[in-house]
Design a protein around this ligand. Sequence first.
Ligand code: FAD
Ligand code: NAI
Length: 469
Amino acid sequence: MSDSYDLLVIGGGTAGYPAAIRASQLGMRVACIERQPTLGGTCLNVGCIPSKALLHSTELFAEVSKGLEEHGIGIGGVALNLCQLIGRKDEVVAGLTKGVEHLLNKNKIEWVKGSAYFEAPDRLAVELIEGGTRTLTAKKGILVATGSDVTRLPGIEIDERRIISNTGALSLEKVPEHLVVIGAGYIGLELGCVWRRLGANVTVVEFLDGIVPSMDREIARHLLKLLKQQGLEFRFSTKVTAVEKRADDLLVSLEPAEGGESETLVADVVLVAVGRRPYTEGLGLERVGITLDEKGRIPVSAGFKTAVPGIYAIGDVIAGPMLAHKTTLDGVRCVEGISGRYAGVDYNTVPAVIYTSPEVASVGKTEEELKAAGVEYKAGSFPFAANSRARCNGDTRGLTKLLADAKTDRLLGAHIIGPDAGTMIHEAVLAMEYGGASEDLALTTHAHPTLPESLKEAALVLLGQGMHI
Ligand code: FAD
Ligand code: NAI
């Protein structure tokens, strides 16, 4: 006996649950299969949300520890209660994951608690958490939204206690004396900062010769300088070849990326943050005729269609940036496509934010990408040191940089490093969504004194009309 639905969604993460909600809004009978005890996937449980809760708490701690004398505010002794700090993060996560469950209920979406695998292109078997198996069939389609998992390094086994992934790094019971982070990407930098702010010595070992390869290099250089000022140490063009577990510490072996003489670091915790890989284990994709690409992703064509009619894939399990808001975009568009609406996506206008202090936010192309593509462009930058609000706030780190087509002035990219960059980038995102030009930003009146004035000023610089610089 099988239960029949219009749509089945495998995975209750930021790709899957919004897809399920949109499908329900469009009149479909939907079930979402998720095997974890809470909904929300990586982002809500061990990703975006817990990391941002910790980043916020530790930023407050760092700020207060540094003192506010400059503002004429005296503070007594600052004490850290790590248990409370982690507990608060857990409460934030619990509140939001419960919220997703409420949303599914409200939209009459059934949460089938278990692990799904394909029996046929329109049929899933679900091994239920409570025991037993259910068979579910779909009339309109099955969405694979199974996300991603940590990329592991051969011979370095993650135990989530001393050798950790993002999951362990969100719940350490004490501040490490020396944390070695493998990988200077999003996770390495954000979670490296969390523990640095709480007093750990942090060494980041990166295979390449700089941080976050996808970032505009001028911005990356700025961020690196600021992170070094915050006490993070970096070893570039270096690889970790082994981590030996000893009774009281870990012996981390390093080697130049190109090979050469090795050396060792002594650490008490090692964070493996060398990227994430699409997760499709146990789905039985081969049974229905879906072959993965060379990076383990599910290939899709327009409308998120896999090679098998009726099976769709969205989120981290397909190509594109591994960002929560991109996965939601996929989910919603995919379902709209299934119901006969527009299913197109433009990943070029998907913003990316790294929540370090200061934040780094970007949208569109980097200067390096434009050069490589042979595009003629103009650039305009404006430093926060010249922004009056940044001066009032006493945080003048960073700059805003805009890139526009040399002939048409159409915005091609925006890159901000500075206070609240992650909030400010949306002005450029909106402008780019509407095909806007740098002149549009320059002509838009911005309230004074505000940080977003830096976008208008960068646009003026780009047009050769810089006013406050
Ligand atoms: P997932 O969230 O991984 O969800 C997939 C779900 O499918 C999982 O819950 C899994 O249990 C379930 N599943 C898998 N197989 C089966 C099966 N066979 N049966 C049933 N269920 C199954 N992105 C941002 O935009 N901003 C951030 O600040 C940010 N911070 C991050 C911080 C960290 C530490 C990490 C690791 C990631 C962060 N990301 C961030 C990335 C973001 O979390 C991911 O892009 C997003 O969660 C992917 O969503 P998804 O729905 O595709 O997959
Ligand atoms: P990443 O791809 O951002 O960075 C991995 C880094 O590790 C790269 O710089 C890479 O060169 C380096 N590396 C790879 N192999 C290595 C090796 N053997 N030794 C040393 N360095 C090595 O991956 P990360 O940080 O694991 O994050 C995964 C993804 O999760 C991100 O790409 C992003 O999509 C998402 N994420 C997003 C966040 C946000 O939006 N703020 C925060 C955290 C994660």
